[in-house]
Design a binder for this molecule. Sequence first.
Ligand code: SF4
Length: 67
Amino acid sequence: MTKEYKIVFSRDDCIGCGACTNVCPDNWEMNAAGDKAQPKSLKIDEQMYSCNKDAEDVCPVGAIKVE
Ligand code: SF4
């Protein structure tokens, strides 16, 4: 069975720096206003884990958690 992970995104904490969209464009994009990031999916599989983990690591305000 494929392992699943959950993304917890704290939108209020996001400062819109765009770092997550650079390291993990497969799951992170900027919203229409361009001032906050938004995840394409909050449930990811093993294949998407490492890129989302990079997004967690690179976020300067800790707005992304992969659980
Ligand atoms: S890296 Fe963090 S602060 Fe920057 S856009 Fe992504 S979620 Fe927002």
